[in-house]
Structures are given as C-alpha cells and as structure tokens.
Design a binder for this molecule. Structure first.
Ligand code: PFF
Length: 454
C-alpha cells in the first residue's frame, strides 16, 4: 500500500533534518585533520570558495529536483527516461552500503560512550581499540571472531534508526532531528568553551589559524577543500533530493540551501577549535609533538581522544562522555537521512508500506554491518572508506550533473528555484553544474590515480 503524500509540518523540522544529515562524523573527525594538513588558516580560502561555488550549487540541484518532482530518486530518473532508472538504483545501492558502514562506526562510538564514564579502555587505548573493537586479524577465520559487545552496539544503532525511520516523517525524523541537533550544538559549545580553558589550548588553536599562504598555490589543497565539502555536505547521495521532496509549496529553496550549507560549515569550523585546543593540551602535558596527535577518523576518536581523557584526570570522565555522545548524535541524524533515501526509493517503487520496507532494509543492513564489525570486515572497512571518499560520492555527483545539467531541461530547475526565493540563480549556476563541477571531479580522479601510482 502506498501512503498518502507526506510533508514536513514545519520549516524548522526540515532545516534540522537537513543540517542533521550533513553534520556527521566527517565534521567532527575529518575536518580538523584536513584543515591542518592543507595550510591551516589559509585553507579557509579554498574551503569557502568550494562551499559557495561547488557545494551550494550542487545542493541546489538536489533541492530543485526533489521539490519539482516530489518523488524518490528511482521514480524521478524513471520519469526523465526509463533508461535512466538503473542509474538511480545504483546510487541507492551505494547509499545503502554507506549506511551499513556508517552505522558500524557509529556502533563503535556507542561502545565508547559507555566506556568513557569510567575510562574502561585502560592505560593503552590503542591496544584496546585494536584488539577489542577493530579485531585486527589477517585470517579468514576472523569473520567468526564475533565480539558480542561490538555486535550488540551495531545492532542497537540499527534498531534506533529503524525505530525513527519507520515512523511517520514528522513524528520520526522531524522530531528526532529537532531534539538531537540543538542538543548536539549545545554540547559542542560546552566542549569548546571548556577546551579553551585548558593549559596548552593555544598551542592547538593558533596552529590552525596560522596561515601557510604557499599552500594556496598547491592544487591538492584546493582538491582537499572540495573533497571535504563533498563529504561534509553528503553530496551526491540524493539526501537533499529526498528531504526537499517533502517540502510544502511556497518554500524558499535557495535561502534554505544556503542556510544549511553555511550551518554545516560553521559547525565544523567551530568544533575544530575545540578539537585543536584539546590536542594542544595533550601536546603540552605529554610532550608528544602536536602534528603526531592530529590524526583523523577512528584513530583520532578512539585512540587519541581516550588518551587525552586519561590525561585530563576527573574532568575526563565528564568531557569524554560528552564528546562521544556528540559523535553519536551527529552520526544518528546522518544515518537516518541515508536510510530514508533507501526506504523512500524502495517503498515507492514496489508500493510497499514504509514500516515493512524499513524493517527489511534494516535486517539486511545489520547483517552486512556485522561483516564490517568482524575481523575480516575491518580490512574491507578501510578499503570501503577509500572507495567512498575517492570514488562513490564523486560518481554520484557526476551522474546527477550529467542527468540534470545535460539530459534534463535545466531551465526548469532554474524556474523552480527562483519562484519563491529571495536569492536568485541563473547562467553562472548552470555553467557550474554543466562544466565546472564535472571538470573538478575529473581532476580529482586523475590526481587520485596519479598519487596511487607514484
Ligand atoms: N555528511 C555526513 C558526515 O560528514 O559524516 C554524513 C555522510 C557523509 C555520510 C558521507 C556518509 C558519507 F559517505
């Protein structure tokens, strides 16, 4: 049975869900390292250029398409041309696989939320992570080494996102985003303010805001900025398309896309002040060189930060849980957006009720996450992460630029966006989508291949 068309019951719910989908693990543990390794303060220039020129431009395509068609990605591409439908399913498949991987990492974080109250990772968080969570093993038998706690936490996250997405849009995703996102922002403010009071904080934050102007002449720095915007805004995965399809008439699309993109970046820049101050404190207290501490991803969150909380004394048992809960909230609001894309596409295509669809997706998803959460899977997880960063997301963007920039009548999208918005778009936007974005992606790929072979 297909449900009656659903709509966001308030612009606030839509904005919270959109910002929540963008603010995720990438903002917290990816951005600081990218910023630091690409010129510190001067990185903000390519970053802001990428945000406005490429990021916002692309988000606008998804907004316009979702809003105009009011359908899921499968149906949208089908109505443009039947031949394009398989491409939609390819994107949905990638989004589904990303969800399985993303949930696995958020599951690991849930373990750390619990451990952080008592710092139960012990004196050596690196060995703890490798042997209890990652299950590093090079044998195929690793797949059978299932650690119950890891599985239970991955299951718990799948259960939570199932529980949210199976409900009605406003009741589930809308309400949860309205609660989790403001709480997340409040917690980040507390962490940043506290971190600035730590001895050594200035070792951290001055480093990121010290510009290296030479970096601006390096193409890789510009590409890194573009890559961060792509990841951080979750571009190319039909998330904005899906959420915008639930918008009521008379919505101000451009204004809201700009607000979402801007809030996402403000979040990551602000949060990085806290991360760097904390790492500065660590550098001062342990005499470990600062640049050795600025890692990214799981290494930063599950190894370096537990070490920091060990060093902090009793305050570590307060800031530690806050930090891991921030990652949890940021992860959940992104995971529900990913799951919604898949759910909407499948339930609309096969005319299956939302609840049933989401249940099946979550069961299959949990089984795949189980693989990531076991020994053999941890190797796949690394490879998948690289595939995602260097290929999958960019491919999604390229496909959408070609379909909507070249095959579909682009002027219809301009008309849709300009209708009720205060800011208007025109020829420059069209040129960005048709030429500049595809060229940037091609250059990124060539650079990726080049750096792998050299
Ligand atoms: N933008 C979110 C983040 O920065 O974590 C969500 C996300 C991005 C999910 C990229 C998945 C992904 F591949």
């Amino acid at each position: 049975m297909s449900e009656k068309r659903i709509e966001w019951n308030s612009n606030f719910a839509f904005m919270m869900a959109m910002i929540g989908s963008a603010v995720g693990l990438g903002n917290i543990w990816r951005f600081p390292n990218v910023l630091y390794s690409n010129g510190g303060g001067s990185f903000m220039i390519p970053y802001i250029v990428s945000l406005f020129l490429l990021g916002i431009s692309f988000v606008l395509v998804e907004y316009a398409v979702g809003f105009r068609f009011k359908k899921s990605i499968g149906r949208i591409l089908f109505s443009i041309s039947k031949k394009l439908e398989p491409i939609a399913w390819f994107i949905v498949l990638i989004v589904f696989l990303i969800t399985t991987y993303y949930v696995c990492v958020v599951g690991w974080d849930l373990i750390y939320v619990v451990l952080s109250f008592t710092k139960a990772w012990g004196a050596n968080p690196d060995t703890f992570f490798a042997s209890n969570v990652l299950q590093a093993t090079d044998s195929i038998s690793g797949i059978f080494q299932i650690v119950p706690i890891v599985l239970a936490s991955v299951f718990a996250i799948w259960f939570m996102i199932w529980f949210i997405v199976k409900r009605d849009l406003n009741d589930g995703i809308g309400n949860v985003s309205k609660i989790l996102l403001p709480t997340l922002c409040l917690m980040v403010v507390i962490i940043v303010v506290f971190s600035l009071t730590l001895p050594g904080a200035s070792i951290g934050y001055t480093q990121i805001f010290t510009p290296d102007w030479n970096a601006l002449t390096n193409l890789n720095v510009w590409l890194a900025a573009f890559g961060q915007i792509v990841f951080s805004l979750s571009l190319g995965m039909a998330i904005a398309m899906t959420y915008a399809s639930y918008l009521p008439e008379k919505s101000r699309l451009i204004d809201s896309a700009v607000t979402v993109a801007f809030s996402n970046s403000a979040f990551e820049v602000f949060n990085s002040i806290g991360i760097f101050s904390i790492l500065g404190f660590m550098a001062l207290s342990t005499k470990i060189p600062f640049d050795q501490l600025v890692t990214e991803g799981t290494g930063l969150a599950f190894v370096v930060f537990p070490q920091v909380f060990n060093t902090m004394g009793p305050m570590g048992s307060i800031i530690g849980p806050l930090f891991f809960i921030c990652i949890l909230f940021a992860g959940i609001t992104s995971a529900i957006a990913l799951l919604e894309v898949v759910t909407y596409a499948i339930s609309e295509k096969f005319n299956i009720e939302r609840k049933r669809t989401v249940t099946v997706i979550c069961i299959v998803g949990f089984l795949i996450s189980t693989m990531f959460a076991t020994g053999i899977g941890s190797t796949i997880l690394g490879a998948f992460d690289a595939f995602l960063n260097n290929f999958a997301l960019l491919l999604g963007i390229l496909i959408e630029c070609i379909i909507f920039g070249w095959i579909y009548d682009f002027n219809k999208l301009i008309e849709t966006l300009n209708k009720d918005s205060r800011i208007k778009v025109g020829k420059t936007w069209k040129a960005v989508i048709k030429y500049i974005l595809p060229i940037c992606i091609a250059v990124l790929w060539i650079q990726g291949v080049y750096s792998t072979i050299t």
